[in-house]
Design a binder for this molecule. Structure first.
Ligand code: GUN
Length: 290
């Protein structure tokens, strides 16, 4: 029987754990606050931002909301980030992407203090992940690792294939699987023999951004398949990068869309915010002691 990995249930469990820890932090006089910045009124970004703020409210993290007009200049945005970097009561800063074309995303991400980089997108966070040092981990790939662990999937020694090489998902995903001692191949849209490479995978993580691209010809029997994609089809129904119905019976375990990886991103964001708040508390104590 195929195990359908329930990302909704696992993310709910993580949010409960974060909620408890936030309450403990509060009892010790600490608190957590996340600044959420949205520039422009892209409807999809609006939904993501609303969900992030709702999750904050649920777990007890204050959210500081900045909804800026599309015409906001890069300088204005950088000034806001500079203010938030220096604001003690703000532990995390999230700038919802994509940004309008006139703003350089790399410059904006690079302006966020790595201590508050709860998205894990800053080059310092990426470099820390790459070299095995401490830093924030991007939420979606961190969520995939959590899904695998909490579903009892062993990563060590497994053939892991990641399809996709974005900075947000594919690259950090590969590094995280490597950190867990998987044997990792990164494939992408230009890879030759993609089917053969995917058919080697014990664990296949797909983040290629093409609806239902992966069918049963890409799957080894008994594989664990993690689908990071999310799309709306012609009937306005959600689907992933994997053709779920076509591959399901071949897999040991598979994530559905919706209800798989999607809910994990926000749960891991909450975990990163908790971590940022705990770290800030630790550095306060260090200052007091010195
Ligand atoms: N846009 C799409 N995904 C993300 C994400 O994880 N974080 C931010 N900040 N923007 C996004």
């Amino acid at each position: 029987m195929t195990n359908i990995i329930d990302g909704k249930a696992i993310s709910a469990q993580i949010k409960e754990e974060v909620k408890e820890k936030i309450e403990k932090l509060r009892q010790k006089g600490g608190k957590a606050a996340l600044a959420v910045i949205q520039v422009g009124d892209d409807p999809a970004s609006g939904v993501y931002v609303k969900n992030k703020k709702n999750a904050c409210a649920y777990v007890g993290i204050a959210s500081l909301s900045y909804e800026l007009p599309k015409k906001t200049s890069e300088v204005e945005l950088l000034e806001l980030i500079d203010q938030l970097n220096r604001m003690e009561e703000c532990n995390g800063i999230l700038v919802q992407l994509p940004l309008p074309d006139h703003i350089d995303e790399n410059k904006v991400i690079g302006a966020i203090s790595p201590d508050k980089d709860v998205d894990g997108f800053h080059v310092q966070s990426a470099g820390a992940l790459c070299t095995g040092q401490t830093g924030f981990i991007p939420c979606t790939p961190a969520g995939v690792i959590e899904l695998l662990k909490r579903s009892g999937v062993e990563i060590e020694g497994k053939e892991c294939v990641v399809v996709g090489r974005s900075n947000i998902v594919g690259k950090p995903m590969a590094l995280l699987l490597l950190r867990e001692n998987g044997t990792v191949t990164v494939a992408h849209s230009k890879t030759k023999n993609l089917k053969e490479i995917c058919r080697r995978a014990d664990i296949l993580v797909v983040a290629i951004g093409k609806p239902k691209f992966i069918n049963r010809e890409y799957i080894k029997k008994g594989a664990v398949v993690i689908d990071v994609g999310i799309h709306r089809n012609e009937q306005n129904k959600l689907c992933g990068d994997v053709d779920f119905e076509d591959v399901k019976d071949l897999c040991d375990a598979i994530t559905p869309v919706p209800g798989g990886v999607g809910p994990m991103t926000i749960a891991m964001l909450m975990q990163n915010c908790l971590q940022a708040a705990e770290n800030a508390g630790l550095s306060d104590r260090k200052v007091l002691q010195s």
